[in-house]
Design a protein around this ligand. Structure first.
Ligand code: SF4
Length: 365
């Protein structure tokens, strides 16, 4: 197929095979990708509106025994500098979040081998029942560790967490879902199947999740397309089950190499490369309802531009972020600034919760 035939197929909403998607990724003009991604975006979301969420990225511990080579955040078990948040610290963070109209916590570790199973259940119960927050919590590598700890298996581990109040699962730690890359940057995190297995179990019991990608870690464009392919297939299976489980959204951000062993060894993806990548995500992930702009890592202007490359959501106000900022890059805004950012990009802002339901207007200023 010629490039223009592939573009026409994509514009008409036909699913692209991997080789056609790769050709588009490699050869299409940036403007052509923007056009196709915008048409695709408007099939899923109101063309006039862009959503955002007020929540907080809370890392309940920074103790971790996975030692990803790209991570500048963790401390090893036994290192006196490591922390586990106390209930009082969590309460303060929850109250601050609610005071500014926030609705949830994005809750992730560290993979801390010293915390007992009850710790996680009590943590979720406290945040959900006592503090009234939506808990979007625990990436697949943490769930794997918990299931190893409690011996319950993935499904029962997830069921008990849901019973305790877990609302949904974030897709952190996907990086690039290709063995060659994962082995290179995070050998203890397991292959793509480890991440996919947890998400599959979550979908099988009807939980909502998100898909992510961290790129710019030595992968080829074909490997990014492979990442999209396995996510799309997983979402097909989830939608076919029709049990309420599946990915709500996809977010991609470039690797931040500051303070890691990769500093100075990998070129940071350019703004144009980010925009091409996010547009290709929207075009290929034709069964994902929402695509998030990563303004937190790319900065406000590129974050706004991403809204014209397939994104319909600005993600979080980012009241708190620890992992990306440990590597040197993190932007944050308040609600008024978020509204200005969205409006000046040409859209109407609306506040959502963690599962893309509108937050009642009474909570909005
Ligand atoms: S990225 Fe997460 S799993 Fe990897 S070392 Fe850092 S805290 Fe641990």
């Amino acid at each position: 197929m010629s490039l223009s035939e592939i573009l026409d197929r994509a514009l008409a909403g036909h699913r692209l095979e991997a080789e056609d998607a790769l050709r588009l990724f490699e050869e299409a003009e940036l403007g052509e990708l923007a056009l196709v991604a915008t048409v695709a975006r408007n099939r899923h979301a109101d063309p006039r509106k862009v959503s955002y969420v007020i929540d907080r990225n809370v890392n309940y511990t920074d103790v971790c025994n996975v030692y990803c080579t790209f991570c500048a955040f963790y401390h090893r078990p036994g290192d006196a500098r490591g922390y586990v948040l106390t209930q009082e610290q969590l309460r303060r963070k929850a109250e601050e979040t609610k005071a500014v109209g926030g609705t949830g916590f994005l809750l992730q570790g560290g993979v801390n081998p010293d915390l007992p199973w009850d710790y996680y259940l009590n943590l979720v119960r406290f945040l959900h029942e006592d503090m009234g927050l939506w808990v979007h919590g625990f990436s697949p590598v943490e769930i794997h560790m918990m299931a190893g700890l409690n011996g319950l298996g993935l499904h029962e581990t997830l069921r008990q967490l849901r019973q305790a109040g877990l609302g949904s699962l974030p897709g952190g730690g996907a990086e690039i879902l290709v063995s060659r890359i994962r082995q290179r940057i995070a050998p203890l995190k397991g292959g793509p199947e480890t991440w996919l297995e947890v998400m599959e179990a979550a979908h099988e019991i009807g939980l909502l999740t998100t898909g992510t990608m961290m790129f710019g870690i030595g992968e080829t464009l074909a490997e990014r397309i492979e990442h999209f392919r396995v996510l799309r297939e997983q979402q097909d299976r989830a939608l076919a089950r029709n049990n309420g489980g599946g990915h709500t959204a996809f977010a991609a951000w470039p690797f931040q190499s500051g303070h890691t062993v990769w500093e100075g060894k990998l070129l940071k993806p350019t703004d144009a490369e980010y925009l091409r990548t996010i547009a290709m995500a929207r075009i290929t992930l034709d069964n994902f309802p929402h695509i998030q702009s990563s303004w937190v890592t790319m900065g406000r202007k590129t974050g706004q531009l991403a809204l014209h490359y397939g994104c319909d959501d600005m993600g979080s106000l980012m009241l708190e972020e620890n992992v990306v900022s440990a590597a040197g890059t993190c932007h944050s805004v308040n609600r008024d600034e978020m509204h200005r950012m969205i409006r000046s990009a040409g859209f109407e802002p609306w506040q959502r919760d963690n599962i893309y339901q509108p937050v009642p207007a009474v909570a909005q200023t």
